[in-house]
Design a protein around this ligand. Structure first.
Ligand code: AMP
Length: 465
């Protein structure tokens, strides 16, 4: 289709688009053609809570401020502050029935973006599975597009496919990839972690069956607002699937990398929530063993956000005096006793060390122990020697520095205990922290959520006591 048909070159401002640009009056609309298609050829899944899923059935679909559009953005369904950046007819999606190609045409003044790249006014691009559509700004996402009948139908096992639609890749960890999921009945977002089963049962591979089942078993026993919920699990011959609650704000690693380091107040709010989660695990005899910023997930992009601990892939249930002797973890955050084989056993104190490294990293944007050589990195960790660069640490409170020093103690027996961290002045001097953390939990409690498969509420109502 020629662009001239849908975009008049004399219209220098999309706000000024004549009514002929609207769906009901565009010359290329053939009313007979509109009535013919019966089945949806695509779907738009909303990323904004007040928008509804759209079944793309007609040959053309318009979105904009105009009431004539198929989806009209108003202050009722869209952020009123962003509404002024939306053109009357903002974009058009067209379906070519001959070759099944789907195009999106940017008709706007402030831009239509596909996966954060601007299409360009008057230009069109092919719309593909899992493309994110944003309007007026690259971060103002409104929909994710999915073709019907062509999607990765076989990605999920049947029991999950009935309930969920799989979408874009969110990330990749040591055990497998993580993708976005939409629950079909209400379009609520979830994440699914797919862990391919390894062929051997040697236990050496990250994703050995024992390890996978270990992770699942642990996840099913935990229920805390600062621990990532597992909603469902399913298994095929090749893989294990875990449906997880969706954390829209990415990982702590991405947040620190993006802002280089965190303001002390924000670092404290995040650290407090991680502490509460770890305390909960330790009280149940669970040591995480792989605490690192990639495994700390954030609920939103907001500076103050709910934080959850994820990925128990390397942890192991320990009961009372049972100790862990398996060497695992991520080098920079590893405790000395895991590296040093003179220590025959190690316990929950390994998590305190990792928390110390995380706190150091959040406050300064640097790692206390860092080297390209694994050998030298281990030597640094074993020596427990690190420095606090004055240019990075001069504005950090003495209490924060003191706490870091008490956590990064090589001898696990002399390392600060979690209860002492919680009563350390850096935490207790700020009475707003606990309240803020509880407010964040309450903000995200979804009362309509069904219980998970073990009957636990999906968003837990636990308080931080
Ligand atoms: P993992 O395998 O748990 O280390 O996850 C790898 C990456 O996938 C993380 O660093 C996140 O960026 C992303 N991710 C994992 N779980 C979720 C989730 N529940 N919600 C959103 N993103 C996630």
């Amino acid at each position: 289709m020629a662009l001239a048909e849908i975009f008049h070159p004399n219209n220098s401002d999309a706000e000024e688009l004549a009514d002929t640009q609207t769906p009901s009056t565009c010359t290329f609309l053939d009313s007979q053609e509109i009535q013919t298609p019966k089945q949806a050829w695509g779907k738009l899944y909303p990323t904004i809570i007040r928008l509804k899923t759209v079944d793309l059935i007609e040959r053309q679909f318009f979105l904009g401020r105009s009431k004539e559009c198929d989806v009209s953005l108003t202050s009722d369904n869209f952020n009123p502050n962003c509404l002024k950046t939306i053109s009357k007819t903002h974009f058009l999606i067209t379906h070519d029935e001959n070759d099944e190609t789907v195009y999106i045409t940017d008709l706007s003044k402030n831009g239509t973006f596909i996966n954060e790249t601007q299409i360009g006014r008057g230009k069109k691009t092919i719309l593909q599975n899992d493309d994110e559509i944003a309007v007026g700004g690259k971060k103002v996402k409104v929909y994710i597009y999915k073709p019907v009948g062509k999607s990765e139908d076989t990605y999920l096992p049947t029991e999950l496919r009935r309930e969920y639609e799989v979408s874009k890749k969110l990330g990749e960890g040591g055990c497998g990839e993580v993708r976005l999921l939409f629950r079909k009945n209400d379009c609520k977002e979830f994440a699914v972690k797919r862990i391919l089963k390894s062929k051997t049962e040697s236990g050496k591979s990250l994703n050995s069956l024992t390890r996978i089942h270990n992770e699942i078993a642990i996840l099913k026993t935990v229920s805390h607002p600062n621990i990532l919920s597992t909603i469902k699990t399913a298994e095929t011959d090749e893989a294990v699937f875990m449906v997880l609650e969706y954390m829209n704000g990415g990982s702590l690693q991405e947040r620190i990398r993006f802002s280089e380091k965190l303001p002390e107040r924000i670092a404290k709010l995040i650290f407090y929530q991680i502490l509460i989660g770890v305390q909960y695990l330790h009280l149940r005899g669970i040591t995480h063993r792989d605490l690192k910023p990639e495994n700390i997930l954030l609920k939103t992009d907001n500076e103050e956000t709910l934080v959850k601990i994820a990925d128990f892939g390397l942890s192991k249930l320990i009961v009372n005096s049972t100790v862990m002797t398996t060497t695992c973890g991520t080098p920079n955050f590893l405790a000395p006793e895991i590296i040093d084989n003179r220590y025959q056993k190690y316990t929950q104190e390994v998590d305190i060390w990792s928390l110390g490294v995380i706190l150091f990293y959040m406050l300064s944007g640097q790692l206390p122990f860092q080297s390209d050589s694994l050998h030298y990195l281990f030597r640094l960790i074993l020596s427990g020697e690190y420095s606090m660069d004055e240019t990075l640490w001069c504005l950090i409170s003495n209490d924060a520095k003191d706490l870091v020093k008490h956590m990064l103690v090589v001898d696990p027996e002399k390392r600060i205990k979690i209860s002492d961290i919680l009563s350390h002045p850096w935490i207790t001097n700020d009475s707003s922290i606990k309240r803020n953390a509880e407010d964040l939990i309450n903000l995200h409690v979804d009362k309509d959520d069904p219980p998970n498969e073990d009957g636990l509420p999906e968003a837990k109502r636990a308080r931080l006591d």
